[in-house]
Write a new protein. Sequence first.
Length: 177
Amino acid sequence: MNLGVMYAAGEGVSKDFGTAALWLQKAAEQGNSEAQVRLGVMHQKGEGFPKDILKAIDWWQKAAIQDHAGAQVRLGSTYHGGDGVAKNSTLALAWYTKAAANGHTGAQRVLAGIYALGDDAPEDVILAYAWAILAVRGGNEGGVAAKNMLEKALAPEEKLEAQRLAAKWKKGQTLRR
């Protein structure tokens, strides 16, 4: 896997996507989730392979079922935006939620936006604020603006409920009301 990363980035060797793909494919086929994600990105971008979003999704799914939060976010983003596939709000929300439960602060921030706007999920500003709190707590700078905006829109009792939800959260869990 490390050789694949080195060749893809040109670190200590000449940049060579074909060689990178060979090494990453070996690691990915042995179940290395990080290699699976990287191989998916290479298929998505057409680096070392013809551009193929369906192959990218296949590799990301293999990593995602191993709880690789980065793969879960990539799947959520792909289905949310309909990037090369039909837009699928149900799958987007499911993958973002899995990534957020696995502690991915970017997914937590995205869920804050989804629930705040009622985009791909029923509007729920309390849940949105709780996800924003978790994103900020995890160090996501983009979550700060979402948290501050939502904070102004909530009544004190709603804010308290969201804070309680966030305080009870543990990695591996999703937020539910």
